[in-house]
Design a protein around this ligand. Structure first.
Ligand code: ADP
Ligand code: MG
Length: 392
């Protein structure tokens, strides 16, 4: 992996820069700008070299279709403001864009192509699509560590068609995670929550042999609760996950890894509903599990107290509504307390997890905060991420 920092010949070159600007949006407004702020040094570095920059990014999961709410427009505007420089959003279909359409104006230095996941070819890792993207630039830079676990066209395939380098923030994240995972102190606890069940559930299996405790919370825990035979009502869940959960349980026994999942929960009738603490056998069919209960918080906090290292990805509940943020806040507070007295080494990752920590002003109380969620967990698995491999 060669960094743009070591690459002298960026001057006047056209750079295809893959960023992860997948920030949390609510009605077109950005709720947390961490992912934008972190890549500003990279843009400034490239601007200094007089490079022409073509930004590629995705937001959300449009699944290969144009979705109005998932336009990069608000992100483009925020970036323009922060750089005090115009960043032009090109809305023309990427497949019909050619070299002559770009940088027509001399003072046009940074442009952004529309949400790359509006195109099915992106997630299909389509070589023709990647080749076309490559034809627009001289150099490719991966500055999206948090997407590097994906074999997608703008992360993986693209590197077959252009000289490819890593960005400054990607360098930072990889070297920090390398250091952390090589100097790790047991007992190690990994807390996994959030809503991306399909991506993360497979990772858990591979983490069991590495860690002492795995704590499953948030939407991630719903399928486990269902597997235990309880009714989970209208809760977020993944189809056909019983087999993998069965494997997770038997593997954790074999490897002596303690598996922790909620013993009580907080439900609501909808996302804005009144919170109600319940035992697992009290959930009715019209209710949604939206947070972990007080007994569960207690169990998790005891485990944190006994650990030397904590990895955390994924909120414990629907924290966007303060009524269901208690579990996530209590976990964060206890990690911070242990961290302040130097009892644990703590690492958190994930777009929404970082947004939660920001809302608590807690980012500086963690030893390391990664912008990546899924990629962070897959890195912990010991896997070589496709996007990193492509740079090697
Ligand atoms: P990260 O971005 O940190 O990797 P995810 O994207 O996997 O985390 O999940 C974050 C989302 O999960 C948040 O929007 C949060 O509200 C949601 N979430 C957590 N617990 C639940 C739950 N029980 N039901 C529905 N959504 C949940
Ligand atoms: Mg997320």
């Amino acid at each position: 992996m060669i960094s743009i920092r070591e690459k002298a010949k960026l001057k006047d070159k056209k750079i295809l820069l893959r960023l992860d600007l997948n920030v949390p949006l609510e009605n077109g407004k950005i709720i947390d700008t961490t992912r934008i702020d972190k890549i500003l040094p990279t843009l400034k570095f490239l601007i200094k070299q007089n490079s022409k920059i073509i930004i590629l990014s995705h937001v959300g999961r449009p699944k290969g279709k144009f979705v109005n709410e998932l336009t990069l427009n608000p992100i483009c505007e925020d970036l323009s403001k922060k750089l005090s420089q115009n960043v032009k959003l090109i809305t023309k279909n990427i497949n019909n864009i050619n070299n002559k359409d770009l940088f027509k104006n001399n003072d046009e230095k940074i442009i952004m192509l529309e949400n790359i996941r509006f195109y099915l070819e992106e997630e299909n890792n389509d070589p023709e699509f990647a080749k076309h993207l490559a034809s627009l630039a001289d150099i490719y830079v991966n500055e999206a560590f948090s997407c590097s676990h994906r074999s997608h066209a703008s992360i993986h395939q693209i590197s077959n068609f252009l000289p490819s380098y890593s960005g400054l923030q990607l360098d930072l994240e990889v070297s920090a995670l390398k250091k952390i995972t090589s100097e790790i102190k047991r007992p190690i606890t990994c807390i996994i929550g959030g809503s991306k069940i399909s991506t993360k559930i497979n990772v858990i299996k591979n983490l069991i042999c590495k860690f002492d405790n795995i704590v499953i919370v948030g939407g991630m825990a719903n399928n486990v609760i269902k597997y235990m035979g309880y009714n989970i009502g209208k809760s977020l869940q993944e189809e056909n996950s019983d087999l993998i959960i069965k494997e997770i349980f038997s593997l954790s026994k074999k490897e002596n890894c303690k598996l922790v999942y909620p013993e009580d929960i907080v439900v609501g009738k909808d996302l804005n509903g009144t919170p109600q603490i319940k035992e697992l056998n009290e959930i009715s069919s019209d209710e949604i599990i939206l947070d972990i209960g007080p007994k569960t918080i207690n169990i998790i906090n005891n485990i944190i107290d006994e650990s030397n290292t904590i990895f955390w990805n994924g909120p414990a509940g629907y924290f966007e509504n303060p009524s269901f943020a208690n579990g996530s806040i209590k976990i964060a507070e206890n990690i911070i307390k242990n961290n302040k007295s130097n009892k644990i080494y703590s690492v958190a990752g994930g777009g929404d997890t970082v947004s939660l920590l920001n809302s608590l002003n807690a980012v500086d109380n963690f030893n390391f905060v990664s912008t990546a969620g899924g990629a962070f967990l897959e890195y912990l698995e010991g896997k070589e991420l496709p996007g990193i491999k492509a740079l090697n």
